[in-house]
Design a protein around this ligand. Structure first.
Ligand SMILES: Cc1cc2nc3c(=O)[nH]c(=O)nc-3n(C[C@H](O)[C@H](O)[C@H](O)COP(=O)(O)O)c2cc1C
Ligand code: SF4
Length: 511
């Protein structure tokens, strides 16, 4: 009987040598005449175990990891090709690894299980069920289902997705667009990349349903150029979806149309902001547009446009298939469903953790993350990307939901969690926030463009002990001006990490 061995093909596994591991396995199988099929699956998101090699057994898939190319010979010697699970790298049943078992994976249910570009694999695990249902419904019924799910945008602003879609549906126009924001610029985030590299049909399905919901026949995925693997896999999946009738002018014989293509960004953080993304997509420099009008009314090429994050669109197939109410039965308060959190920085067990809203930050960092990689005490954690606040220990019991985070002056953003141990210099982190803004500002408005440069200078003076009290007052003032006076959240939120350092780690700023 053929032994099925899985070696992931996503960026993280590749960076850790997965291609060499797969090649060595294939070569040894050939040399031994073993009946082995090597499948390149997506990632489970257990990054500290990559490359995580899995072997199909009667009991389920057994994991080995992290496997280096030098380990392959001894794995084969131990009987890997015969399905043996004896080896020092053996992890037991993958589904039983607590990091994975204790999650509530709705969006990432298939990630790491399937070959990402196999339509058959996708169909075998509920793939395209949501689209099939959507094709039976009218636009309003689809949007009502999304509204019932309580889904809020996972790109950062947490705006209700159903309401955004309703606005685009209600806007009269010949041509409307669906734009997927796959710029994923936040520090320590990779969930969008995982969707595109590990389950790309889910995004295709979500965007197609969005198109049916609002009456848009054209979709674009605006993808950051730093994701070449996602680019390749996404394009391959789109090609196969066209060939199989899941995209194109006659979706599954329904007579309805949805076209989709990937466009590459050019590496500016501000091009993740939806209006400058639209400028960039139109071939112009990524400059923020004043709102109103909202992109839902005047968006791409002046037409009504849905701009949604990858994760928002990727949640839609589950919602359409299992029902909005099922999705809404997860979570708490006004934060419904699940949030894929991404644990990075100084962490022992980094990776993707999808949980219903409501677990605490401490549970995430300790129970899943296993504490710091260095083994030193954890000191600070930045949640929500480079514009998110730094949280001190007193705030680690905050539940992971939009409202609880807002109550402590923090944001969940796109779910990025970056951990720092006690060797961190928080004064340097505060300076970095301002410096990041000087580099990434689109330059359109003064508080952000000039304010961030002045911010770096003031922090430098404080750190040099120059006129400390007066400069601290000036920094507080500057932060307030940037929050109140910036045109978009780039300048408007850059002060958040700075203010959190001033409040919770003042000793570092004045060191
Ligand atoms: C400076 C800045 C950068 C942003 N970067 C991203 C990004 O990389 N990806 C993303 O989805 N949203 C990003 N956003 C949020 C988008 O402007 C927008 O709110 C989002 O794409 C809407 O989709 P959603 O409703 O599904 O979250 C950014 C916002 C700002 C102000
Ligand atoms: S806040 Fe910064 S990024 Fe946003 S519009 Fe103003 S200058 Fe551009």
């Amino acid at each position: 009987m053929t032994t099925r061995i899985f070696v992931p093909c996503d960026t993280t596994a590749l960076a850790m040598g997965a291609d060499a591991v797969a090649a060595e396995l294939a070569q040894l199988a050939h040399a031994r005449g073993a009946d082995v099929e090597i499948i390149r699956n997506g990632s489970r998101g257990l990054f500290w175990l990559e490359p995580l090699v899995e072997v199909q057994t009667d009991a389920g898939r057994i994991g080995f990891g992290p496997v280096e190319v030098e380990d392959v010979a001894s794995l084969v010697e131990a009987g890997l090709f015969a399905g043996s699970t004896e080896h020092s790298l053996a992890l037991g049943l993958v589904e039983e690894i607590p990091f994975l078992k204790n999650q509530q994976r709705l969006t990432f249910a298939r990630s790491g299980i399937t070959d990402p570009v196999s339509i058959e694999d996708y169909l075998a695990l509920d793939g395209f069920n949501g689209l099939q249902k959507a094709l039976q419904l009218d636009s309003q019924q689809i949007i009502d289902e999304v509204k019932a799910s309580g889904l809020r945008g996972r790109g950062g602003a947490a705006f209700p997705t159903g309401i955004k879609w309703q606005t685009v549906l209600n806007a009269p126009a010949e041509q409307k667009y669906i734009v997927c924001n796959a710029d994923e610029g936040d520090s320590g985030t990779f969930a969008d990349r995982m969707v595109m590299e590990c389950d790309p049909y889910m995004l295709i399905e979500g965007m197609t349903v969005a198109g049916l919901a609002v009456g848009a026949t054209q979709g674009y995925i605006y993808l950051r150029s730093e994701y070449p693997v996602a680019h390749r896999l996404m394009n391959e999946a789109i090609k196969r979806a066209y060939a199989a009738g899941y995209l194109g002018e006659n979706l599954l014989g329904s007579g309805k149309q949805f076209e989709l293509e990937v466009r590459l960004g050019a590496g500016a953080y501000i091009c993740g902001e939806e209006t400058s993304l639209l400028e960039s997509l139109e071939g112009k420099r990524g400059l923020v547009r004043a709102k109103p009008p909202l992109p839902a009314i005047v968006g791409l090429f002046g037409q009504p446009t849905v701009v949604n994050n990858v994760l928002s669109l990727a949640a839609v197939p589950f919602i359409m298939d299992k029902g909005g109410d099922t999705y809404a039965s997860y979570g708490m308060g006004r934060s419904l469903g699940t949030l894929p959190m991404q644990l990075a920085g100084n962490v022992k067990q980094g990776g993707l953790i999808e949980l219903a809203f409501g677990a605490t930050l401490r549970e995430l960092m300790e129970d899943f993350g296993g504490g710091t990689y260095s083994g030193r005490p954890l000191r600070a954690v930045q949640v929500g990307g480079p514009l998110g606040a730094y949280l001190p220990e007193s705030q680690w019991d905050t539940p992971l939901d939009y409202e609880s985070f807002a109550a402590v002056g923090a944001v969940l953003g796109h779910g990025g969690v970056v951990m720092f141990d006690d060797t961190v210099d928080m004064g340097e982190q505060a300076r970095f926030s301002m410096e990041f803004c000087t580099v990434e500002s689109c330059g359109k408005c003064t508080p952000c463009r000039i304010g961030s440069t002045r911010g770096v200078e003031v922090i430098d003076r404080i750190r040099e002990g120059e006129n400390t009290d007066a400069n601290l007052e000036l920094l507080a003032d500057l932060c307030e001006t940037m929050v109140d006076g910036s045109l978009c959240a780039m300048g408007g939120m850059t002060p958040f990490p700075v203010q959190s350092v001033m409040k919770h780690f003042p000793e570092d700023l004045q060191r």
